[in-house]
Design a protein around this ligand. Sequence first.
Ligand code: F0G
Length: 499
Amino acid sequence: MLANDFPDDLKPFLIPEVGGDMGYDCLACEARYAPDQLLYTCPACGGLLMLTDKKIDRLKEKPGSFWRRLFDHRLMLNHGALKGVFTFHEFLAPNIPLSDVIYLGEGHSPVVKAPSSLANQVGANFFVKMEGQNPSASFKDRGMAAAMSMLNHLVRIKNLDQVIAVCASTGDTSASAALYASSLGKSVKSVVLLPKGKVTPQQLSQPLGAGATVFELPGVFDDSMKVVERLSEKYHVALLNSKNPWRVLGQESYAYEVAQQFDYALLDKVLIVPVGNAGNITAILSGLLKFHKALVIDGLPKIVAVQSKRANPVFRYYRQPMGTRSYSPVVVKPSVAQAAMIGDPVSFPRLAVLSKLYEQEAGISSFYVVEVDETAIMEGMLQANSHGLTVCTQGGECVAGLKAALGEGLITPSETAILDSTAHALKFVDFQNAYFEGRLAQEYGVATKPELANKPRELELVDTPIPEPGQTMTGAQRETFVSTATRAIAEALSLSEKV
Ligand code: F0G
């Protein structure tokens, strides 16, 4: 739609200008730093940083209805920089000029209602937000679009030469970082550190295909993460893990979109989110709080965070009585929700602050963490994917989390749950295949059910010529083959012939 065709009162606001007063806030010593530099920890005390907008109250000068109309109309605007997460520029990173925004097709992922056959099995109606439909097939593209746009901005205003952008990853941050860096050409070089054998072959192929430098390290993600942290302390590299607070801002768009996709009515909703490094859950809480303060939404939804029992430091923290909680990292065990297999989440200090603020605004029964076992995760994934969805193992973790929350009475079947399927099923398809073929390694502790397995069938073809593998046949030979194979399939399916 052309800018001229929008309602007159919205026209001046359709294309946002640079604004706000962004800065890095230290969570430990409360120091504040200017945004035109890359910081990950406080230069004064080493504390974790969050980006805040000191002029955020300006957003309250307009009624919530203004923002709702503006964001809904922006969806029809053909302006590249505003098509992705920057649809919500004013709430997200208003200091970044649109001319520096990188857009690769991220954001505005569809929300799909689970068919009733699946809802009946699970015990409640629910929706799934299909984050696997982002360009690198995971939600990480939201934060990466913001962090890379900011990096692009800094490269331009500071005239920086080749920036080395590093991250450690369980497979999806690396895929996303490499993709966005490759779109910037020579100005940003992507370097990714992966725990060897702990990312799927599909995830490994992504940074390789994008031309990144890939290091495979022994150990688990937590070990690679420590190396990246040390690299960013000692050398001039840009860090692209969610320790980079620009990533968190981009991921807030998940919350804004859920609001928009449910007509800004979130009061009776429950958001179910898998937690690994705790960047996503932090961003979702932060985004919801911003929209709530500006009266864009009618209220705050309930949040259910989900962890595997094999990587559950966040669950363990929140299950202690309030006031006595203490945080300790855990040593992870192999989990099929491998992308969230993290024992010492980098964003935990941010989550602790934001969950407290959230509970202050939404009430103490508004934020829960549940844990689920590996069998439940696999079954959640297989159930969803055999009912019209395409969820990853972390999406399966959400299905299992919904069942657990219903079982514990934390939510009721009358509430509407929205599950975050954080990546595409195909990235994690090897877990499905291993389950189906009965070769899922015992170390995952999954009890497999043969009735859930699906395998290709071979036909017994007798009295017919058979093509060599990869070859075809012609003439009478092919005709015999086609009619024999057709008959065999019809028999296997108990089909009766048309009369
Ligand atoms: N789901 C998927 C598919 C992920 O890739 C991750 C994290 C999570 C869930 C957990 O989200 O870390 O924000 O709490 N993957 C990171 C990575 C750590 O390196 O790709 P989180």
